[in-house]
Design a protein around this ligand. Structure first.
Ligand code: BGC
Length: 274
């Protein structure tokens, strides 16, 4: 059975989900999965207006509502304006998915300050700025028991590289390691406000960000050696996990990271070595 056929519609009914970087890849997968559960979706994007419009169209065909909002998540003013637009359109925000992320890969001694800064700005500072706006709104509104047991949910889309070191990707791994303790510290601080905070750590999911690792048969073969489950992930694998983590089914799950990686963090090289 395909992942999408497992969906049981309505688990996020009438909740507003703001998903950063939702015009493609994992963000789009999460947008579709949440729309299937009745959520209203704010599709954040940067630069890809046509793709974002298409995502909005696909969501509307699922009989829920969506708007596309362009914003650079690393820009404080743009993030504030994005939340303002979302709240004006839909009344509030219930779920934030900090998904926007980039890679600027380079050997350590060739890595420019721009490569470093851009990745930290989008992946880590962007998640901070969006989370801060979400928390302000969650605290203002409080719990609405008819919608959810929480005043709000924040889900970081981290990576297996919050724990697996990654040569030639030091900026990216550092940003994801940073997310790990940002998420836990926020979870500790915000529990009294009924704000539930967690991460999902995807492994290799077939999206534009890692095209080089799966587009040729040789690349895909070498990638599969790192995945005990024997397949490359699909954005809907992450969508399904995000729906569950945002729904009240996971009400007692707080401050944790759910690895959705086909076993990549089992260090499969040790199956025949060590
Ligand atoms: C990266 C991908 C990579 C995967 C597994 C992700 O966080 O963005 O490029 O394929 O981790 O290494």
């Amino acid at each position: 059975m395909s992942i999408s056929r497992l969906a049981c519609a309505g688990r996020l009914k009438s909740q507003v989900a703001l998903i950063t970087g939702a015009s493609s890849g994992i963000g789009k997968g999460i947008a579709m999965a949440m729309a299937d559960e009745g959520a209203l979706i704010v599709v954040n994007y940067i630069g890809q207006a046509d793709a974002a419009r298409e995502v909005v169209g696909e969501i509307e065909r699922k009989n829920t509502r969506a708007i596309a909002v362009e914003a650079d998540v690393s820009n404080e003013g743009q993030v504030r304006r994005m939340f303002g637009k979302a709240i004006k359109e839909f009344g509030t925000v219930d779920i934030l998915i900090n998904n926007a992320g980039i890679q600027r890969d380079a050997a350590f001694d060739m890595m420019t300050l721009d490569d470093w800064q851009n990745v930290i700005d989008v992946n880590l500072t962007g998640a901070f700025l969006c989370s801060r706006e979400a928390v302000i709104e969650f605290k203002r509104r409080g719990v609405q028991p008819e919608k959810s047991l929480s005043a709000g949910k924040i889900i970081f889309i981290s990576s297996v590289h919050q724990v697996i070191p990654w040569s030639n990707h030091c900026n990216y791994a550092a940003s994801k390691g940073g997310i790990s303790l940002l998420m836990k510290s926020m979870a500790q601080e915000l529990a009294p406000d009924r704000i539930r905070v967690n991460s999902i750590a995807p492994g290799a999911i077939k999206t534009p960000i890692n095209k080089k690792s799966w587009e040729t048969p040789e690349a895909a073969r070498s990638l599969l050696k790192l995945i005990p489950w024997g397949r490359i992930g699909d954005p809907m694998d992450i969508g399904a996990a995000a729906v569950w983590l945002a729904s009240d089914e996971s009400d007692y799950v707080h401050g944790t990271t759910l690895f959705v990686d086909g076993g990549m963090t089992l260090y499969p090289g040790f199956a025949a070595g060590g």
